[in-house]
Design a protein around this ligand. Structure first.
Ligand code: 6A9
Length: 785
């Protein structure tokens, strides 16, 4: 009984939040406290949409489709790689006041712009301007349907106002955080200040069981009984929202029904349309934010954006040409425009409970790695994201970090992947949903904290950093627990060694069992996961963490001796060498139960008797181990070997630094004309699949977060006294140039920034747009480390 009781108590702790005062005040994101950041493009998973930073926000968005095109229904709404858009993304976005996005569909380009205006008590007003123009030489200008929508999420209500039977002229509504509001849909014009143009109108007013259902509701409501007949052309039938009855499989959805209103405008390009959101609490509006007033406001915002960009990153001053500067602005803007506000509960599994449990409800304000493929928060990605964002707007960074650390549990654990709310959940295959409480992810927030400490030191009186110190003070108790959690739960077999938990268990299926928790997924580790392993990258993360904890404790007047002792121990280069230097590889690496003699072999799987008589024997790939594993160094050269250099653990006079630099520059190892590849070409696992369904990921490709760390380290070692100072400086120049040239070139050619780049061709690969850590290219161009 006692054991059972203990288990359930421990299981409960997994879903018990940290007891220290939350970093964020309960109302910190409300319209009353933070009106300028209340509304925003906080729905990165849709091509265009806005919501407020509140748990059950009213949401607004845009879907569109082209009419009379060859491919039947091509409804665009959530960002999907399968839509095959030749590019989309924010060209400008300041994170607060406005954003301007360009979307290139098959034969037309949409520009979606929003501008906010403060006033009243509920976060003010905003206006959207959508323009469409043709970009192909086709004789007939495309006809497009824009579907603007407004949806509530379990609270609030909407009323549609219809004129001439089919045109929804405006929506009025009310909700807890917005009070009364009105959304007005202006008629399309053929361009700025031009007169109205022919358009057909349709609307839908219905109920939805959840925001994840909006696309389907629109799809199921479409019918093509409507006639598009501009006076100049023939009459044609087009698709439009009509009436909606849930299909059988959705009729059982017994979630609360919320209001959903769609305004469809069908019009031929070129056109311009504006949508106005007006808060009922604004009484002294000097004019409406539309037409020429909007144009003027936009001009002003763009100008100040451009000035701030140059002031912050100085790309023009560094000699980048206007196209390169535009690229830099797009990278930053997509990071900012990729910020989302999520609300929901993680599903977590602790070792002490039989079944997964629900984590407490929480909100998360975070940037996302990719709007199409992973539009949600990832722990170690976010540290990299905030390195860029903190240079632009430290307040945004403080708020994001605060949200993340407010999700920490009493043990000091933060779920790695944040899948909050139905919309986020709808994008994740079920096997990836559950988060395990023994699993870590690199604590990259310490890089962000280091940035804060440097900002404070360099500009103690600057107004934009005034809130940093009190912020760090509130963060501190949570950081202490966070640090302790890593230091204890991820401890390795020897004193002062560390081991990532959460490696794949099944050693038969994978060429090398993955280590998702390290962030480097399929990067080769010990072939047979065991408790005897120790991981050099985690060791170095702990050096960084203990160093920053020491500085923070000092700064805040808290006891720092313990952290300092840990730091001195861990950063000791002879300890590091003892634990991780392989004389055989002549490099740093992991240690564990390992053999290199593994390969994937086709195996015939016997079909159990009586089953599927006519089926041929099933072939699958399984791992064959030709030589038994033994305790030894893993002897793989790649990103993991670089960590003592990447995180500045090596002393500048270290011979091992010299070796690292030499191997980095060697084309048979990591050097390519496009950046540093993740794994040496000489490694047996270089570019090898892990299973038949699992292509190589961190086994050769070039990743920008690690390349950023490499440049930062080269910059560091080139600016401190030491025998390899000049070597580091040369490498720095060369690597920086290669990365900038390639990522820029790929963007130019493909319209996207990518998740990774091929080490053999430089081509972008993986998911796109990926303007999470790949957007660090801005800091690389600016030489801000
Ligand atoms: C898959 C597929 C629609 C993998 O950038 C986020 C993470 C990194 O933290 C990690 O280091 N990415 C890197 O190795 C992407 C992980 C995506 C996992 C979810 C679900 C969705 O299909």
């Amino acid at each position: 009984f006692y054991a059972l009781y203990m288990h359930s108590a421990l299981a409960r702790r997994a879903v018990t939040l940290h007891p220290s005062p939350r970093v964020l005040d309960a109302n910190s994101t409300t319209a009353a406290v933070s009106p300028e950041r209340f509304w925003g493009s906080y729905r990165p998973q849709v091509y265009f949409g806005m919501k407020t930073r509140s748990p059950r926000s009213v949401v607004t968005g845009l879907m569109w489709m082209s009419q009379f095109s060859d491919n039947d229904v091509n409804l665009r709404h959530t960002c999907e790689q399968g839509d095959g858009l030749s590019s989309y993304g924010w060209l400008m976005h300041d994170g607060v006041n406005f954003g301007m996005q360009q979307i290139r569909d098959t034969d037309f380009t949409l520009k979606t712009t929003f501008v906010k205006r403060m006033g009243g008590e509920h976060g003010g007003d905003w206006t959207w301007r959508i323009t469409g123009r043709q970009h192909s030489a086709a004789p007939d200008a495309p006809v497009i349907s824009l579907m603007f929508y407004v949806a509530t999420d379990t609270q609030g209500s909407l009323q549609a106002h219809i004129e001439n039977r089919t045109r929804l002229s405006h929506v009025t509504g009310t909700s807890e955080e917005l009070g009364d509001f009105k959304i007005t849909f202006s008629k399309p014009t053929s361009g700025e200040a031009a007169t109205n143009k022919y358009a057909s109108y349709n609307y839908l007013q219905t109920l939805s069981p959840g925001l994840d259902q909006l696309t389907d509701i629109v799809k199921y409501s479409l019918s093509n009984r409507f006639v598009f007949s501009p006076s100049t052309a023939e009459r044609r039938l087009y698709f439009a929202v009509d009436t909606y009855t849930p299909p059988p499989h959705l009729q059982k959805d017994n979630r609360i029904q919320s209001d959903f209103v769609v305004h469809q405008v069908t019009v031929q390009v070129p056109f311009q349309i504006e949508v106005l959101f007006e808060s009922g609490s604004v009484h002294d509006r000097p004019n409406q934010l539309m037409g020429s007033v909007l144009t003027e406001e936009l001009t002003r915002l763009k100008l100040s954006y451009n000035e701030k960009f140059e002031e912050t990153f100085g790309l023009q001053a560094k000699g980048f040409n206007p196209a390169q500067v535009r690229f830099g602005k797009a990278a930053l803007s997509n990071m900012l425009g990729g910020m989302g506000y999520f609300f929901g509960q993680s599903v977590v599994q602790s070792t002490y409970s039989e079944h997964p449990m629900l984590y407490p409800e929480g909100t998360l304000f975070t940037a996302v790695p990719s709007r199409s493929f992973f539009p949600r928060g990832f722990l170690w990605d976010e540290g990299f994201h905030q390195l860029l964002i903190s240079k632009w707007d430290p307040q945004l960074t403080r708020e994001a970090v605060a949200h993340w650390l407010d999700l920490i549990n009493v043990e000091g654990w933060i779920p790695r992947e944040q899948i909050l709310g139905d919309e986020a959940l709808s994008k994740v295959p079920s096997e990836f949903v559950v988060q395990h409480t023994e699993n870590a992810n690199p604590p990259t927030f310490f890089l962000v904290l280091e940035e804060f400490l440097e900002q404070l030191e360099a500009h103690p009186d600057a107004p934009q950093f005034r809130d940093t110190l009190p912020f760090l003070r509130r963060l501190y108790p949570r950081l202490q627990t966070w640090f302790e959690w890593y230091n204890t739960t991820q401890a390795g077999p020897l004193p002062n060694s560390y081991r990532w938990r959460g490696r794949d268990k099944d050693t038969n299926l994978f060429l090398n069992p993955k280590t998702l928790t390290s962030g480097l997924d399929d990067y080769p580790r010990a072939s047979h996961p065991s408790e005897d392993e120790r991981h050099v990258d985690l060791h170095c993360w702990m050096v960084l963490a203990s160093r920053i904890m020491t500085s923070m404790a000092r700064l805040l007047g808290e006891p720092h001796q313990e952290y300092e002792r840990t730091h001195l121990t861990l950063s000791n280069n002879s300890l590091l060498s003892k634990l991780h230097w392989s004389k055989q590889l002549y490099a740093f690496c992991d240690y564990g139960n390992h053999t290199q003699a593994v390969s994937l072999q086709q195996e015939e799987v016997a079909v159990p008797p009586g089953q599927m008589r006519h089926q041929l024997p099933v072939k699958r790939l399984v791992r064959s181990v030709r030589k038994a594993p033994k305790l030894q160094y893993v002897n793989a050269f790649g990103y993991v070997s670089l960590f003592p250099f990447l995180l500045h653990v090596l002393t500048p006079d270290s011979k091992k630094l010299e070796h690292t630099l030499k191997d980095i520059r060697d084309p048979v190892h990591l050097w390519t004309p496009y950046g540093l590849r993740s794994l040496s070409r000489l490694d047996p696992l270089y570019m090898k699949r892990n299973t038949e369904h699992d292509p190589p990921y961190w086994r050769g490709a070039i990743w920008i977060n690690i390349n950023y760390l490499a440049l930062r380290a080269l910059h560091h070692y080139s600016s401190i006294e030491g025998p390899y100072q000049e070597k580091a400086a040369d490498l720095y120049q060369e690597l920086r140039t290669n990365l900038i040239n390639n990522i820029y070139k790929q963007y130019h050619e493909t319209g996207y920034i990518w998740e990774q780049y091929s080490d053999s061709t430089g081509q972008g690969q993986g998911s796109r747009p990926f303007t999470g850590w790949s957007a660090l290219i801005v800091l690389i161009m600016a030489e801000e480390y």
